[in-house]
Design a binder for this molecule. Structure first.
Ligand SMILES: [Ca+2]
Ligand SMILES: [Ca+2]
Length: 238
């Protein structure tokens, strides 16, 4: 069972809105709620609103006690989740909470350029930041592109990648690249976004004790002509 932090040990809630504003996904502009930093979720090409907002609602029993972690709209007093991973004994790496207030994103254009660069001469000439800064296990370039290290005490891995040499580490200098995995098969979507958060803090919304869970969120989309917008995007919580 994860260790539950006493209230005085819990860091201040630090959960900024995930603003999806990239090539493939974009947020609504010129709406009355956009000034409140609340995103709608659009597919770039068709400008269709496919989601207003979403968040996981999770509950379970711990030693007979019902606990829950939920989220509705963003509020600095009504949130159950905080940015960042959990480390040993489900503890929060307090110094890194703000560092993980970030969405990593990459397009298939960057990935295909990286693959072509390596396949040409088995040498990377262009260290594309979105590829070399990807938050994946054992990425020795992560600090250079992000300014901090992924905590070594973390278990369970990070964002998905194609492990070409099957050594368990992300080696972008050896031509490895980000992917998503569906039913065990690797795919390169039009765009991938990834972030991590946890419920190991004060639950301002539910007033529950923490479950002690870490959630890794991957949002990705495929630009499939002829498909309706909602069929082009997937949201995966692990
Ligand atoms: Ca090359
Ligand atoms: Ca590898």
């Amino acid at each position: 069972m994860p260790r539950i932090l006493a209230e005085e040990e819990v860091h201040q809630p630090y959960f900024r809105l995930i603003v999806l504003e990239h090539y493939f996904f974009r947020r609504e502009r010129n709406s009355s709620i956009s000034s409140m930093n609340i995103s709608k979720f659009h597919i770039h090409q068709k400008h269709h609103l496919v989601l207003f907002c979403c968040a996981p609602w999770i509950s379970g029993y711990i030693n007979g006690e019902v606990r829950a972690a939920c989220q509705t709209y963003l509020s600095f007093t009504g949130q159950d989740f905080n940015t960042g991973p959990l480390i040993t004994d489900a503890q929060i790496p307090v110094d890194l909470c703000g560092k993980f207030d970030h969405v990593w994103e990459i397009s298939n254009g960057d990935i295909f350029s990286h693959i072509a660069d390596y396949e040409t001469d088995h040498f990377i000439d262009d260290t594309i930041p979105s590829v070399f800064g990807w938050p994946a296990q054992g990425n020795k370039y992560f600090f250079r592109f992000n300014g901090f290290e992924l905590p070594a005490e973390h278990k369970g891995g990070w964002a998905e990648f194609e492990d070409l040499n099957q050594n368990g580490n992300y080696d972008p200098d050896l031509g490895e690249y980000p992917i998503v995995r569906l039913k065990g098969h690797p795919y390169i979507p039009t765009e991938i976004m990834w972030m991590v958060f946890n419920d190991q803090g004060i639950h301002g919304l539910t007033a529950s004790s923490p479950l002690g869970i870490e959630i890794q969120l991957t949002v990705f989309g495929f630009n499939c002509l002829g498909q309706c917008s909602i069929e082009q995007c997937l949201i995966q919580y692990i």
